[in-house]
Ligand binder design. Structure first.
Ligand code: GLN
Length: 207
C-alpha cells in the first residue's frame, strides 16, 4: 500500500518522514502518473494559492479531483485543508479547490504570520496525552455541515495570536467526513504521529 504526498510545494518532506516513521511507503506526487494505485494521498501545509496554480500547471488538478470524488482517502493539513473545503472565504478569486469536505473556512482567519500560535488539543479517537498543535496562518472553520465529525475544537484561551479577531474557543480544528480528514494545524511539524496513524488507518478501511 502506497500513500502519496502532493509534492508541489509546502511541507512535503515532513509528511514523507511521518509516513516512514509509521513504516508506510510514501510516494511523491508531482504529476498525473504518480496517482496510479495509491491507497490515499496527503495534501500538505504550504500556501493554497500557490498550490492551486501548481496543481493546474502540473496537470494534476483534474485527475486528482476525479480520484477524490471517487473516494480516494485524503488528509489535508492547513493549506491542504483549504484545498479540500467546500467553501473558502477570503481566498483568491481564481483559487481552485476540490470541495470534498462540507465545511466553510476563512483563509488566514487567525491573522497574519505573527499571529501564529501553538496549543494542546484533545482529539476524539486519539488515546494518551493531548496533541500539540502548531497553527501558522491557519484557516478558521466558520461552519460545518451536520455530516461532519468534529474530532477536535480549539480550547478556550488557546488563541494567543493577539490579532483583534473573534476566534475564541470551540472552533473545529480537526474534521472528518467519510474518507476526508483535515486539520487546521500542522501535525507534520511535530514528532507525534498519531494523526498520521489515524489517516493510515482510514486508508486501510479502519475507522
Ligand atoms: N494561509 C495559507 C494558505 O492560504 C496556509 C498556511 C499554512 O499552510 N501554514 O494557504
Amino acid at each position: 500500500m502506497t500513500i502519496g504526498v502532493l509534492a508541489l510545494q509546502g511541507d512535503v518532506r515532513e509528511h514523507m518522514a511521518a509516513l516512514a516513521d509509521l513504516g508506510e511507503v510514501g510516494r511523491l506526487v508531482s504529476g498525473p502518473a504518480d496517482l496510479v494505485a495509491l491507497a490515499g494521498i496527503i495534501l500538505p501545509g504550504g500556501e493554497s494559492t500557490t498550490l492551486s496554480m501548481l496543481l493546474e500547471s502540473s496537470g494534476l488538478l483534474d485527475p486528482l479531483a476525479a480520484a477524490l470524488t471517487d473516494g480516494l482517502p485524503v488528509f489535508g493539513t492547513c493549506a491542504g485543508m483549504i484545498l479540500l473545503a467546500e467553501t473558502v472565504l477570503d481566498g483568491r478569486p481564481d483559487q481552485r479547490r476540490f470541495g470534498v469536505i462540507d465545511i466553510t473556512l476563512r483563509r488566514n482567519g487567525y491573522g497574519r504570520q505573527v499571529a501564529s500560535f501553538e496549543c494542546d488539543l484533545n482529539v476524539a479517537g486519539i488515546e494518551g496525552p493531548s496533541v500539540h498543535a502548531v497553527f501558522i496562518r491557519a484557516p478558521v472553520v466558520e461552519a460545518v455541515s451536520p455530516d461532519i465529525e468534529v474530532l477536535a475544537t480549539l480550547p478556550d484561551h488557546a488563541y494567543t495570536g493577539g490579532d483583534v479577531r473573534n476566534v475564541g474557543g470551540g472552533r473545529p480544528v480537526v474534521c472528518r467526513q467519510g474518507p476526508v480528514l483535515v486539520t487546521a494545524f500542522h501535525p507534520e511539524l511535530t514528532e507525534d504521529r498519531r494523526l498520521h496513524q489515524l489517516f493510515v488507518g482510514m486508508t486501510k478501511g479502519e475507522r
